[in-house]
Design a protein around this ligand. Structure first.
Ligand SMILES: Cc1cc2nc3c(=O)[nH]c(=O)nc-3n(C[C@H](O)[C@H](O)[C@H](O)COP(=O)(O)O)c2cc1C
Ligand SMILES: [Mn+2]
Length: 490
C-alpha cells in the first residue's frame, strides 16, 4: 500500500529508527542548516524540528520542519517501498519490454501489465486534507518556517517544492522541484532553470502572445514518491504525476485549486497558488547550491501568490544543498539507479555507470561498456550528451566492462593507465547546466570525453597491449595453506 501522505512516511521512518525529533528551539536562519549538515556528513537520520523559530522576526512557528527525509539509501528505499532501488529499475525494464501483442495469447499475457499502466493515471477527487484550511485573503508566507540556508544566501528559500504548470502549447502538465526565494509575504522568485519544463512553459506564454500571465501551483509536502517525481529528469512530455502513480503503484489523487486552473495532490501539506507574469522578472539569488558554491544572482520570474490551502496542522518539508554529500546526493543516486535501464535500452553496450558524489552528478560520469566495434566509447559519450538526463555531463570516462565503476581506486588505476591523453580525450561544445560557474558563458560551454577502454588494432593501435598482472591460482592456493605458519597474521 502506497503512503497516504507525508506524515504516514514520517511515521514509518520513526518506526524504522530513521528519524529523530528535535524538541529544542532552533532558528530557521542558518542553525537548522548547521545541524542538518553535520547529520548529513555523518550519515545520520531524518530530522523533525518540532520548534523552528526565527529570532530575527521574533516568531515561534506553529508547524514542524522535516529535513533529510530522503538522505540515505535506506530512506530512499523506504520512500519507494522497495528492498533495493534495482526493483524499481526492473519494473521500468518490464514496462519498456512491452511489445505490441501479436496473437490472442500475447494479448492475454499483456493484460495485467496494461491494466497496471492504466491504474497509474492521476484521479481527480472532490476534496482532501489539503483543503482543511483555505486562506484566500489573510495569508502570509511569514507563517511558514522557511529557511535561510547559508550565510551569503539572498534571503529565505523554499527548497523542496513541487512547481506545477500547464503548457500553454500542449496543455500538458509539468511538475518540477525548483526553489522559491521569499521576496515578501506574498511574492517569491521562481528559479526554473532555462532547460527545465516550467521555463519552457513560460516561454510559450510569450511566443503565443495571448496574455502575460501563467498559473502556477506549488504543493509543499506529499507522499514521498510524488515529491520525488518532481526531481526526476523525465522526458518533457511525460506527466510527473503519472510517473508518481507508477512509482507508488497507486494513482495520485488530485484536487482542483481555488484560484488557478491547475490540480494539486489532495494529500499535500501546503499549497501555494498564484501566477507568474512576463512583466515581472526580478533578481534571484545568491543561493548556496548543489555544487558546494553559491549560485550568483540572476533574473527569474516573480511568483505572485493568490491563495494558500493547507492542512490544519501541516508539516513543512525542507532540504539543504551545499558541499557534498547532502540529501540531494541520495536523490541523484536514486535517479542514477532507476534510469540506468532506460539508458541501457538505448545504449545496450552500457554495463554500469556511476556518478561519484564529489562530481555533483553532472561533473563526472564513469561508464563501463562491452566494446564490440572500434570507436564505440565515443559513440556512447555522444549519445549520453544527447539524452535528457545526462546531457549536462561535463566529463564522461568510458572504461571496459572489467572495471568496477563504483570503485574509484580501480577506475583511477585502469582508466589512466589506458589513455594516451592527446589521442583519447575529446572536447565538444554544447549546453551546460545553468549552475555551471566555470564555463565561458552561462548555459554554454565545453564537455570532455575520455576513451579509457583498451585500444584495438582496428582503432589504429598496433602495439601489443599488455596483460593485467594476476597471480596464478596454484601459487595462491599454496600460500593460503602456508599462511598461518608464516606468523604474519591477518
Ligand atoms: C533539492 C533540489 C532542488 C532543486 N532546485 C532546482 C531549482 O531551483 N531550479 C531548477 O531548475 N532545478 C532544480 N532542481 C532540479 C530539478 O528538480 C530537476 O532537474 C527536475 O528534473 C526538473 O524537472 P523538469 O524536467 O520537469 O523541469 C532541484 C533538485 C533538487 C533535488
Ligand atoms: Mn518534466
Amino acid at each position: 500500500m502506497a503512503y497516504k501522505d507525508l506524515r504516514e512516511f514520517v511515521g514509518r521512518l520513526e518506526r524504522e529508527r530513521e528519524l529523530k525529533r528535535i524538541p529544542v528551539e532552533v532558528d530557521v536562519d542558518l542553525e537548522i542548516t548547521e545541524i542538518t549538515d553535520r547529520v548529513s556528513k555523518a550519515g545520520g537520520p531524518a530530522l523533525l524540528f518540532e520548534k523552528p523559530r526565527s529570532a530575527k522576526d521574533g516568531v515561534q512557528y506553529s508547524m514542524p520542519l522535516l529535513i533529510n527525509a530522503l538522505g540515505s539509501k535506506r530512506r530512499m528505499e523506504l520512500a519507494l517501498e522497495v528492498e533495493s532501488l534495482e526493483a524499481v529499475a526492473h519494473r521500468i525494464e518490464d514496462l519498456l519490454d512491452l511489445k505490441p501483442p501479436e496473437g490472442f495469447f500475447d494479448k492475454v499475457k499483456l493484460l495485467p501489465m496494461l491494466s497496471e499502466l492504466g491504474s497509474f493515471f492521476p484521479k481527480l477527487v472532490k476534496g482532501g486534507p489539503v483543503k482543511e484550511v483555505i486562506e484566500r485573503d489573510n495569508f502570509s508566507l511569514a507563517r511558514l518556517p522557511i529557511m535561510k540556508c547559508w550565510p551569503q544566501d539572498g534571503g529565505r528559500f523554499i527548497t523542496f517544492p513541487m512547481v506545477i504548470t500547464r503548457s500553454p502549447k500542449t496543455g500538458r502538465r509539468n511538475v518540477g522541484c525548483y526553489r522559491l526565494q521569499v521576496y515578501d509575504e506574498r511574492t517569491t522568485g521562481l528559479h526554473w532553470q532555462i532547460h527545465k519544463g516550467g521555463a519552457e512553459h513560460f516561454r510559450w506564454v510569450e511566443r503565443q502572445g495571448k496574455g502575460r500571465r501563467m498559473d502556477v501551483a506549488v504543493p509543499i509536502g506529499a507522499d514521498p514518491a510524488t515529491m520525488l517525481a518532481g526531481v526526476l529528469p523525465l522526458p518533457e512530455d511525460v506527466d510527473e504525476f503519472i510517473f508518481a502513480g507508477f512509482l507508488r503503484r497507486e494513482p495520485v489523487e488530485l484536487v482542483k485549486c481555488e484560484t488557478v486552473d491547475l490540480e494539486v495532490p489532495a494529500n499535500a501539506e501546503i499549497v501555494l497558488e498564484g501566477y507568474v507574469d512576463l512583466d515581472d522578472i526580478r533578481i534571484e539569488g545568491p543561493f548556496g547550491d548543489h555544487t558546494g558554491y553559491y549560485s550568483l544572482e540572476d533574473m527569474f520570474p516573480a511568483f505572485h501568490l493568490t491563495c494558500i490551502t493547507r492542512r490544519k496542522d501541516p508539516i513543512y518539508i525542507s532540504t539543504i544543498v551545499g558541499p557534498p554529500p547532502m540529501e540531494d546526493y541520495w536523490m541523484g543516486y536514486a535517479v542514477e539507479r532507476i534510469f540506468l535501464p532506460l539508458i541501457r535500452k538505448q545504449l545496450p553496450e552500457i554495463v554500469d555507470m556511476h556518478m561519484p558524489v564529489e562530481g555533483i552528478f553532472h561533473n563526472l560520469m564513469i561508464v563501463s561498456i562491452r566494446k564490440s566495434y572500434p570507436g564505440q566509447a565515443r559513440r556512447v559519450m555522444h549519445a549520453l550528451w544527447g539524452l535528457p538526463g545526462t546531457l549536462f555531463t561535463k566529463c564522461i570516462v568510458v572504461v571496459d566492462e572489467d572495471v568496477d565503476v563504483h570503485d574509484p581506486r580501480e577506475v583511477t588505476w585502469k582508466a589512466f593507465t589506458h589513455i594516451d591523453p592527446e589521442r583519447d580525450i575529446e572536447f565538444v561544445l554544447g549546453p551546460v547546466d545553468q549552475l555551471e560557474h566555470a564555463s565561458r558563458l552561462a548555459n554554454f560551454g565545453s564537455k570532455m570525453g575520455v576513451d579509457a577502454t583498451r585500444k584495438w588494432p582496428s582503432e589504429g593501435f598496433t602495439r601489443p597491449w599488455p596483460d593485467e598482472i594476476k597471480m596464478d591460482p596454484e601459487t595462491k592456493k599454496k600460500i593460503d595453506a602456508l599462511w598461518a605458519r608464516l606468523g604474519i597474521g591477518g
